[in-house]
Design a protein around this ligand. Structure first.
Ligand SMILES: [Zn+2]
Ligand SMILES: [Zn+2]
Length: 450
């Protein structure tokens, strides 16, 4: 099953990550170095000999510096985790009352919400972080406080939640972005809490050290971006006049969160920078780096639903529920498939584009409404329908199955003809949005829409 990586392959992956980062306009390795100098310090290891960290040769721990206020860490957070064109606006918006959070674009919203909450809880989180002088390899790497703090599903929601723990506990809090989260799902664990993720990453890296007979400092040294992106303190975002950033990536022993982050990290190297409109704080540039399928012209098969005079309340609720989920996860979003893997979905005003339907990637809102409506009418559940084996109206693909019903009423397919198979993205989006639960061959409506 899982093969322990050699130190060589870990080094290769981290170098590759730094090489990619050098081609991204944010120049993250330089930003990380600046943040390291500003807010973190490397202090002698305080663990006793029996601790796993000591057994792997630990001599020092990275931790957040003393006497920091939230305003000291805000630029450190932004430059390291947030796309550059957002910085100026977020510096202004964090902590200010926002009249309507839903007017802030999704990709800025995640950072804004997390930073707002970090700001409100700063005293408590910062005190607990200062008291927790541990590394991810320590036996007591997590105490009751952090155990509770990290009890959230890491696969859901904004990526910025993990970033704040990297800021607070640089030797423990491994952050992720949309891409590395996907890699972690494939290589570490498919679900569970953020605590569980860290627990599994810890196990994996202790294995790597033990199998390769290596010490913590060898791992710390693997993040060495100088060859890929020479340090240049003129390229630091939100640089402070009172900090000496030095002239290289020193010290060579790096925080564990940095090294492990890069092991999973794959920044897009082809981000095209656009200058956002300065005046409008909400005119922010998307940060998402996952690839979105090019929009293809809608299929001839698709027909716009007839204009309805009265807005349909169920349609509005279905749309709102799905839209809220996109708001929480980002748009486009990665949607888990039923068995394994993911597809990408992007919401628009008219419906959702998906990247797993070949040349017919568009699903109108009406598709989701009809699926829900069918279940509502049918005691809360409906067969999915099998368009692979059936023709519309037969036993595999009856008109009261979801696939059959949608083919009939949305796409106007004729009875006895084959139907283009769309059930996977439809079912997965309904499940992901919390509207349905998956059954074997059927879906169950779980959200009360009345
Ligand atoms: Zn130690
Ligand atoms: Zn220790």
């Amino acid at each position: 099953m899982f093969e322990v990586a050699s130190l060589f392959s870990v080094r290769k992956r981290i170098a590759e990550s730094n090489r990619n980062a050098a081609g991204n306009h944010n120049l993250y390795p330089i930003q990380e170095q600046a943040t390291l100098k500003e807010i973190w310090e490397y202090m002698p290891c305080t663990c006793d000999k029996s601790c796993t960290c000591r057994q792997r040769g630990c001599t020092g721990h990275w931790r957040i510096k003393d006497n920091l206020e939230f305003d000291d860490v805000l630029p450190a957070f932004l430059r390291m985790f947030v796309n550059k064109p957002f910085h100026e606006d977020l510096m202004k918006l964090v902590g200010k009352p926002i009249s309507d959070i839903y007017t802030v674009p999704d990709r800025a919203k995640g950072a804004l919400l997390v930073l707002g909450s970090l700001r409100s809880n700063w005293e408590r989180l910062y005190t607990m972080a200062r008291q927790h002088d541990k590394t991810l390899f320590c036996d007591d790497w997590c105490n009751d406080f952090w155990r509770q703090e990290w009890d959230f599903p890491w696969m859901d929601g904004t990526i910025f939640r993990s970033a704040q723990y990297c800021i607070l506990l640089p030797d423990i809090g491994v952050p992720y972005n949309t891409n590395s989260r996907l890699k972690m799902m494939n290589e570490v664990t498919e679900g569970g809490s953020y605590f569980h993720l860290l627990h599994e990453i810890r196990k994996q890296f202790i294995d790597i050290l033990q199998t390769n007979r290596q010490y913590i400092h060898s791992l710390r040294r693997l993040d060495s971006p100088q060859n890929q992106l020479p340090f240049n303190n003129e390229l630091i975002s939100l640089a402070r006049a009172d900090v000496n950033y030095g002239s290289d990536y020193s010290p060579k022993v790096r925080p564990l969160s940095r090294v492990i982050d890069k092991y999973f990290y794959r920044p897009s190297s082809s981000v095209v920078e656009q200058t956002p409109a300065r005046k409008d704080p909400y005119a922010l540039k998307p940060e998402q780096s996952i690839s979105v399928p090019p929009r293809v012209a809608r299929s001839a098969e698709f027909k716009a639903p007839p204009r309805q005079e009265q807005p349909n309340p169920t349609l509005i609720k279905v749309k709102r529920t799905i839209a809220n989920r996109f708001a929480a996860c980002g748009n486009p979003a990665l949607i888990p498939k039923i068995k394994a893997g993911f597809f990408t979905a992007e919401m628009t005003d008219e419906g959702i584009f998906v990247d797993n339907l070949g040349g017919q990637p568009f699903l109108s809102w009406r598709v989701f409404f009809e699926a829900v409506n069918l279940m509502k009418r049918n005691n809360g559940y409906a067969a999915k329908g099998d368009a692979m084996n059936g023709k519309l109206g037969d036993a595999y693909l009856p008109l009261d199955s979801i696939e059959g019903h949608i083919a009939d009423v949305v796409y106007n397919r004729r009875i006895g003809y084959s139907v283009f198979r769309r059930i996977t993205p439809i079912a997965c989006i309904l499940i992901w949005a919390g509207l349905c639960r998956n059954g074997k061959g059927y879906l169950v409506l779980i959200k009360d829409l009345d």
